[in-house]
Ligand binder design. Sequence first.
Ligand code: AMP
Ligand code: MG
Length: 346
Amino acid sequence: MKKYICMLLILCLSVLSAACNNKLPQPVKSEDFALGTIIDQDVYGANAQKASVEVFAKIKELDALWTINSPGGDINKLNDHAGLGYVELKPETITILNEARKISDLSSGAAFDITVAPLVKAWGIGTDHPRLPADNVVKQLVSLVNYKDIIIDQATNSAALQKKGQMVDLGGIAKGYIGDIVTDIYKKNGITSAVANLGGNVVVLGSKPDGSPWKIGIQNPRSETSDIVGVVEVTDKAVVTSGDYQRYFIEDGKRYCHIIDPRTGYPIDSGLMSVTIIASSSADADGLAKAIVLGLDKGMELVKNYGKAEAIFITADKKIFVTPGLEDKFRLEDASHEYTYVQNGG
Ligand code: AMP
Ligand code: MG
């Protein structure tokens, strides 16, 4: 009997010690500033440190290449040469221009068009000097908006903008596109579990180390303190939001946000406050989030036609609509108690 008690004690002790040794793995956490925003990473696994460093280096390289604020970058080269023929660009720039075109094609340029740049500049939203341009200025600039005027010569890695005055701005796709590159870097380093947040563009690789899905908060578009209205559970996905709260100014009681309707040249006024897209491709998710331009019905239609994404739409009257595939993955967590979750499409 004594022998059995002793064995039981040893068994208990070994279970206890296994439990202690079996602590959940801790991520390598890092934060840096690039792409005009804060970038966070939580990366698990043996190469987590190396992968995190590689990610920041790549983001900074692409930021310099693609930002409209970098004089030596490819996008400025392209814009400065508008109406003057082809310029040779880095292969990666050609790839993102092709991706942008593919996303524009989904809405024939009605929602997403990177040639809205002259209007982005005229409105100055997000800069220190946002302003309401005159109607005739908007009218003149909107005549320059047409993504089909970006001509690409794949063989020579060259691109051209057809008309003088045309410009591209990758602000609506670069973070998303880079999100896909980030997950590729993780995979190349043998990482199977990671989450990166590129200023609201979230990419998750795999699941959490305990095997459960990642839980990503969806921001309350009218909270001053970035509270959430709900949580979505995802594995191996990008979760990307475009919202009228991210950059805006208010004049005479009207909100003018940083997302421009390519058809009118004015900031969106579509009855939506935010659109979140959940998809395997982070680049596509970023582009598709511009469904916010189209309003609820047409925006939902765009997501449906794309076929490989789920979405969360938040309307100006504080209703939340999700695509059918999200109904068991989205949960309302609204501390403000102001939002209504409309299930089954209302
Ligand atoms: P996001 O931050 O992804 O919501 O994208 C907004 C940014 O994309 C703006 O700051 C502009 O630089 C650019 N942008 C604005 N409107 C559009 C649009 N309709 N299509 C493509 N890019 C846009
Ligand atoms: Mg975005």
